[in-house]
Design a protein around this ligand. Structure first.
Ligand code: SAM
Length: 282
């Protein structure tokens, strides 16, 4: 089938992508998964007809969701990824040599198997790395039942619909706080504030009950339509948001990440919020 794919995230805004080929289509236990080929964006992964990641702009989201908390913290040994089925976050986390263990809790084994096979440009060898601990489970249950603690938790979930909905609840954030080491940081995929203001407002309201410092930072991912995307930020260590560009640079440079979006200056600037966003955090 060629023609057009219509993005289904919003009831009143529909974006369409010209499709050269449908590379794969299947229903997993949890969601409808499609891999489309686009002339400009390359491969597009959709779940339940919502764009998850594309070959050409995935670097922006995966670099910013990962290196901002990792470099702000500066001494990350254990990371927990909730969701992240395409492996993009995991791949970026493993670029940090100080990481001893990266636990990734993904509800849908089908997304992982699919991504290994069809999206190796994104996950590369991350799933085969000796430090990777892949758990197929509901992240909501995992953070309740697991006894381990992590320096950074990255919630790379779908939007608050279907299996992802529970990852935006007060109880999930309460449980996640218990999984953080002292001074650790939680970051969340928190939507596009111009389009999903209520999502960010709700997450911030929940997170403030459990964390001393709650904010967000911004990055613009072309295929997440509606403007800059918010990445939720929650920690008891308010200093993490104030780490200097000099310190970030000292931590960033030796890693030779060859990043195409993240730099220490971009990191710092990402926390400069326009009023239409900062007012959602109050
Ligand atoms: N980067 C994408 C974005 O910004 O929307 C999301 C990437 S990833 C594909 C989202 C993953 O979250 C999916 O693989 C989905 O299966 C997973 N997921 C959704 N709900 C989950 C849950 N309750 N527990 C664990 N994983 C979940």
């Amino acid at each position: 089938m060629t023609g057009w794919h219509e993005e289904g995230l919003y009831p009143d805004v529909r974006t369409r992508y010209k499709i050269d080929r449908v590379l794969y289509e299947s229903n997993t236990e949890h969601q409808k998964m499609r891999l489309l080929e686009h002339p400009r964006l390359g491969k597009i992964l959709t779940l339940d007809d919502v764009t998850q990641t594309t070959e050409k702009d995935e670097f922006i989201y995966h670099e910013m969701m990962t290196h901002v908390p990792m470099l702000a913290h500066g001494a990350v040994r254990r990371v927990l990824i909730i969701g992240g089925g395409d492996g993009g976050i995991l791949e970026e986390v493993l670029k940090h040599p100080g990481v001893e263990k990266a636990t990734m809790v993904e509800i849908d084994a089908g997304v992982v198997e699919f991504s290994k096979r069809y999206l190796s440009e994104i996950c590369k060898g991350a799933f085969e790395d000796a430090r990777t601990d892949l758990v197929i489970a509901d992240g909501f249950v995992f953070v309740d039942e697991c006894a381990e603690k992590y320096d950074v938790i990255i919630v790379d979930s779908t939007d608050p619909e279907g299996p992802g909905e529970i990852l935006f609840t007060n109880e999930f954030y309460r449980r996640s706080k218990q999984r953080l080491t002292p001074g650790g940081v939680l970051v969340t995929q928190n939507g596009v504030p111009f389009m999903q203001a209520g999502e960010l407002r709700s997450s911030a309201s929940h997170l403030r009950q459990y964390f001393g410092d709650v904010s967000c930072y911004l990055a613009t991912i072309p295929t997440y339509v509606g403007g800059a995307m918010a990445m939720g930020w929650a920690t008891d260590n308010a200093g993490l948001r104030k780490v200097s560009v000099g310190t970030l640079t000292a931590r960033f440079t030796p890693l030779h990440l060859n990043s195409r979006y993240y730099t220490p200056d971009v990191h710092k600037a990402a926390f400069a919020l326009p009023p239409y966003v900062s007012e959602l955090l109050i």
